[in-house]
Write a protein that binds this ligand. Structure first.
Ligand code: ADP
Ligand code: MG
Length: 269
């Protein structure tokens, strides 16, 4: 995927005086992710990460710019031509508990995208569901359970299985590991790596934890105030861990200032 000069503005009104104002949530974002590679995006809350995720997953229309994917500029394609593309780009959210229908069983949750897209017969859907259970490491006997009966890590596996149902090429993970403890994070990171090599998946992995993403990303982009202010190969960060911020990244202004000047912040606030 290749993104050129992507901008997104929201128009809002001040609740008291009704005055209109514009929020520049994305400002001229440029990025390229090679097929099968992982780009991590980090940045403080409000930086525009989720807006970028929603625009790239075609859940929101950017104000301006280009999104090139599998040979087309998606923003110039008509609604009908976008249908097959939507399958190829899947978004996984931070909190699968709120993204998964609580009334559906695990099997139904995974089968739903296939049914909605009008793909496959009942038997084929069942077959694919059981394949996906296996691929994400969920025990087959969990099929009748509902999302609330799963642990956090298992729920995230379920969300991943659902995202994979339509054989996407690009997975966008928006803080998808943030609510998990370190042990579960590691397990899911391993699962994502296995899936990536099995299916040549491309990942856009949004996080506020530079340490975690530096372990598996190819490149790390830092977002601040709607813009990408730094883009580096993760190998640089792995080679110089002393330059890492020590905890959750890029909260304080001083750290961000150094990012803008082209240096990675040395210490977390
Ligand atoms: P992040 O995911 O990095 O925390 P977001 O993309 O959620 O950042 O938000 C970026 C900016 O855009 C914030 O200032 C946020 O308030 C604003 N924003 C996001 N979504 C909307 C919306 N639907 N309407 C108005 N403003 C929004
Ligand atoms: Mg967000």
């Amino acid at each position: 995927m290749c993104v050129r000069n992507l901008s997104k503005q929201y128009s809002q009104r001040r609740p008291l005086n009704g005055e209109k104002f514009i929020i520049h949530a994305l400002k001229n974002v440029n990025l390229t992710i090679a097929r099968g590679a992982t780009l991590a995006i980090i940045g403080e809350s409000g930086a525009g990460k989720s807006t970028l995720a929603r625009c790239l997953a075609l859940l929101e229309e950017p104000t301006q710019g280009e999104i090139h994917f599998e040979g087309s500029n998606l923003l110039t394609l008509g609604r009908k031509n976008l249908i097959p593309i939507r399958r190829r780009i899947q978004l996984i959210f931070q909190d699968p508990a709120s993204a998964l229908n609580p009334r559906f069983t695990a099997e139904e949750i995974i089968a739903e995208p296939m049914l909605v897209q009008g793909l496959s017969t009942k038997t084929q859907r069942r077959q694919r569901v059981s394949e996906l259970f296996d691929e994400v490491g969920l025990p087959a006997q969990c099929g009748q359970k509902r999302p609330s009966e799963f642990s956090g890590g298992q729920r995230q596996r379920l969300a991943i299985a659902r995202a994979l149902a339509l054989r996407p090429a690009l997975l966008i993970l928006d803080e998808a590991l943030s609510h998990l403890d370190v042990a579960n994070q590691q397990l899911i990171v391993q699962l994502l790596a296995d899936l990536q090599s099995a299916h040549s998946l491309t990942y856009l992995h949004i996080s506020h934890d530079v340490r975690m993403v530096s372990k598996f990303a190819d490149e790390i982009a830092v977002m601040h105030d709607g813009a990408i202010v730094e883009l580096r190969p993760a190998t640089q960060l792995r080679a110089h861990p002393a330059h890492f911020p020590t905890g959750e990244l890029v909260r304080a202004t001083p750290a961000l200032t150094s990012v803008r000047q082209g240096r990675f912040p040395r210490q977390a606030p």
